[in-house]
Design a protein around this ligand. Structure first.
Ligand code: A3P
Length: 348
């Protein structure tokens, strides 16, 4: 399914590339990728056979690394862009729905809202996967209307200056207790692991996660990159926690509205608009919709994922059903040490 785009007027089409420039740029990025790949350290993959370590982060060689280079070389951010950034399995799908519903709330009624028939990932595409995909025009994004809603798993430090620059796009970052991330990620990626590779045991996934070897890991470096940037430029990066969103969804959605430049008016609040958005995007609602039960999501030619895999339990603390006491102690200790002095804490 093609990415869902609201029919807004495009406010910036000045950076559409000519055919000639496109092919030169594409060739340059492909060359950079081909030259870089063979020299990178390899580690065991969770979904693919292996991951490669690029500038401190572990990425899938064929998808994430290539996609990253595409973003670095080709993406032209706009000040109006809203980028949702996350470490995988931290609540990306939920935030996609919440941001889409918040930003577009005057456009759609709740009874026939696009999210009822279109999955969150189709309403809010992954920037990196989108740029890389060969069966779409690589520069279609330039023609998307503003505000563009795009998501990434790219670590902050690997973003091009054009994106971290103070004047460019804004970010919402969602993070989650690493114990829940680990369990969610292990269950999710084992489902996607090709049949010819043996499944990864929880013990092995745990060991790899602790060493930082997981898709976009180390987890702590990913989180800290956005955390520190959010402290330096709070008007550019809104840092959210899955657990806070679970506990006080109305408070967080109102903060989201303020940050994105779509504050809820008193009239909207008294009419219960915030409550409607929270209800529409709740796990209970989204996970039971036909589109999220039977449709699939095509992220790239090789990565097609059933929408239902993005909705498992949606709980805080499900790690208690999976991790041993020793695992919990070790992971909490690593988290404590890595985050020490940063001011960032996760509830246990
Ligand atoms: P669990 O596996 O713990 O259930 P991501 O979207 O980053 O891939 O994260 C997926 C996790 O978010 C899964 O966690 C999934 O169930 C949960 N999730 C998806 N939609 C949600 C929602 N609307 N509310 C709360 N959690 C949600």
């Amino acid at each position: 399914m093609a990415a869902f785009q609201p029919s807004l007027e495009c406010d910036n089409i000045s950076n559409i590339h000519s055919e000639q420039t496109d092919s030169d740029l594409i060739q340059k990025t492909d060359e950079r990728y081909r030259e870089t790949l063979p020299n990178l350290p390899k580690g065991k993959g969770w979904m693919t056979e292996h991951l490669v370590q690029y500038k401190g982060f572990w990425l899938t060689p064929n998808a994430a690394l290539k996609n990253l280079m595409w973003v670095q070389d080709h993406f032209k951010p706009r000040p109006t862009d809203i980028l949702l950034a996350s470490f995988p399995k931290s609540g990306t799908t939920w935030l996609k729905a919440l941001i889409f519903a918040t930003v577009n709330r005057t456009r759609y009624g709740f009874a026939d809202h696009p999210l009822l028939t279109t999955g969150p990932h189709d309403c809010f595409p992954f920037l990196d996967a989108y740029l890389q995909e060969k069966d779409r025009s690589r520069f279609d994004l330039d023609r998307f209307p503003s505000p563009r809603l795009l998501s990434i798993h790219i670590p902050y430090i690997l973003l091009p200056n054009s994106m971290t620059d103070h004047q460019s796009c804004r970010f919402v970052y969602i993070c989650r207790d690493p114990k829940d991330v680990l369990v969610s990620k292990w269950l999710f990626l084992n489902k996607l692991r090709p049949k010819d590779l043996p499944p990864i045991s929880l013990e092995e996934a745990f060991e790899l996660f602790c060493q930082g070897i997981s898709h976009y890991g180390p987890f702590w470096d990913h989180v800290l990159g956005y955390w520190e940037a959010s402290l330096e430029t709070p008007e550019k990066i809104l840092f959210l926690k899955y657990e806070d969103l679970k506990k006080e969804p109305l408070v967080v959605v109102k903060r989201l509205g303020d940050f994105l430049g779509y504050p809820f008016s008193l009239e909207e609040e008294s009419k219960g608009v915030v409550e409607e958005i929270v209800k529409l995007c709740s796990f209970e609602n989204l996970s039971t919709l036909e589109v999220n039960k039977v449709s699939e999501q095509k992220f790239s030619k090789d990565t097609i994922i059933d929408n239902r895999h993005f909705f498992r339990k949606g709980k805080v603390g499900d790690w208690k059903s999976y991790l041993t006491t020793e695992m919990v102690e070790r992971l909490d200790e690593i988290t404590y040490e890595k985050l020490l002095g940063s001011g960032l804490v996760f509830g246990s």
